[in-house]
Design a protein around this ligand. Structure first.
Ligand code: UD1
Length: 371
């Protein structure tokens, strides 16, 4: 407590000096580097970080997003984050950035390839990109006195859990895809690095299924080509971009036979990162590497989600039951108790509002002529 108070007094002084010295007064806040900050989860997280008073520097190679997302972030928050078109594989560029943007206190690392199917076809792309990007950042951090890293992990590390809801202590199972492997290996790389006495700490956030969009409809998910994930496929079908949604399997061991997931609102998910950053910077971590499940704790089947979409938006969906999709887990949902109690974060949004936000985003895209 005392420590924090001292710090805020110092910060105030700094702010005051800043007003006197710079005509163009900008509040001094802790600076956070967000890799992949123009992507789906990244952009929502930048908004929440800025809303919480952090100064954000985005790096993104724009391989799966557009630079104008920075304009949308500015429209939502009134603050334009610094943006650099940098690939995390380029260590020289990362070093130059760290010189140009001194005083980065922590990193949130989103930048990664994430298409499960593509990872099976191009495993080396996934291993190179996802592992080397992380290694570069971990190498950079002590050199520039960057205290901690929040890592985007996934419930995919649990495979099909034996016990549901799944807790953070559940065993890590053999991954179904190279994408899943990279998440497991990246978690291990972070653990080994911290164990080796590198002066850094980390929070691993295991996301369940992120969906939805910002309530303004200014940022959201923009899949490349045919969406692989359920909700973008639903909204594109509802819009008439896709003819029909295939529900992959209705003969699973679940009440209605379709797979069960824990769908988490992307703004809720973004807020979990703000909590994680606070933990790192305020040195509240109980262990140097902490893991949290980021989910709602509620499992919904594919068919339940389809019906919830129809009910909450009033839009009818053309769907059919198709065969099972290879590699699908039957059912998984989170036990978010640790995140609720230790991280101090809890999912707030209802599934209805979340699905409406996804639909609103799809409608806005059509208005802009994007899709
Ligand atoms: C997968 C990954 C997860 C990753 C996420 C985002 C696994 C086990 N999970 O989640 O780690 O973070 O993608 O890329 O690797 N479905 C349909 N029709 C469709 C699309 C999906 O019925 O057109 C069903 C799927 O069979 C599944 C559910 O909807 O039961 C959710 O699928 P999806 O949105 O692709 O996410 P996951 O596969 O759960």
């Amino acid at each position: 407590m005392v420590k924090i108070r001292e710090k805020s007094v110092k910060t105030k002084k700094k702010r005051y000096l800043c007003t006197i010295e710079q005509k163009n007064y900008v509040e001094m806040k802790e600076k956070i580097l967000v890799t992949g900050g123009t992507g789906f989860i990244g952009s929502h997280t930048v908004v929440e970080l800025q809303n919480a008073g952090y100064e954000v520097v985005i790096i993104d190679n724009l391989s799966n997003s557009k630079a104008d997302v920075v304009d949308s972030i500015e429209q939502i928050t009134g603050i334009r984050p610094a943006f650099y078109n940098i690939d995390c594989l380029d260590f020289t560029a990362l070093r130059l950035l760290a010189h140009k943007e001194p005083d980065i206190k922590a990193i949130i690392h989103f930048a990664a390839s994430k298409a499960v199917g593509e990872s099976v076809e191009k495993p080396l792309k996934y291993y190179r990109n996802n592992l080397n990007s992380l290694i570069n950042l971990l190498e950079l951090m002590p050199q520039f006195n960057i205290q901690g890293i929040v890592f985007s992990s996934s419930c995919t590390v649990y495979g099909q859990p034996d016990v549901l809801p799944v807790t953070e202590d559940a065993p890590i199972k053999q991954a179904e895809s190279p994408y899943g492997q990279t998440k497991q290996i990246c978690e291990q790389i972070i653990r080994d690095t911290v164990k080796s006495c590198s002066p850094i700490t980390s929070v691993l956030l295991r996301y369940f299924n992120p969906i939805g969009a910002h309530p303004t409809g200014l940022i959201g998910e923009l899949p490349n080509g045919v969406p692989q994930n359920l909700v973008p496929f639903i909204t594109q079908t509802a819009m008439g971009i896709r003819e029909q949604l295939s529900v992959f399997g209705d003969d699973y061991d679940t009440p209605d036979g379709s797979c069960i997931r824990d769908y988490i609102n992307v703004v809720d998910l973004a807020k979990a990162h703000v909590h994680a950053i606070g933990r790192i910077l305020q040195k509240k971590q109980l262990e140097p590497v902490e893991v949290f499940n980021i989910g709602t704790g509620r499992g919904l089947s594919v068919l339940e989600l389809v019906h919830a979409f129809e009910e909450s938006t009033g839009v009818k969906l053309n769907y059919r039951i198709a065969g099972r999709r290879a590699g699908d887990i039957v059912k998984v949902w989170a036990d978010p108790k640790k995140a609720n109690e230790v991280l101090g974060w809890k999912a707030q949004e209802t599934i209805e509002d979340t699905l409406r936000s996804a639909w609103n985003w799809q409608v806005k895209l059509r208005e802009k002529g994007v899709q």
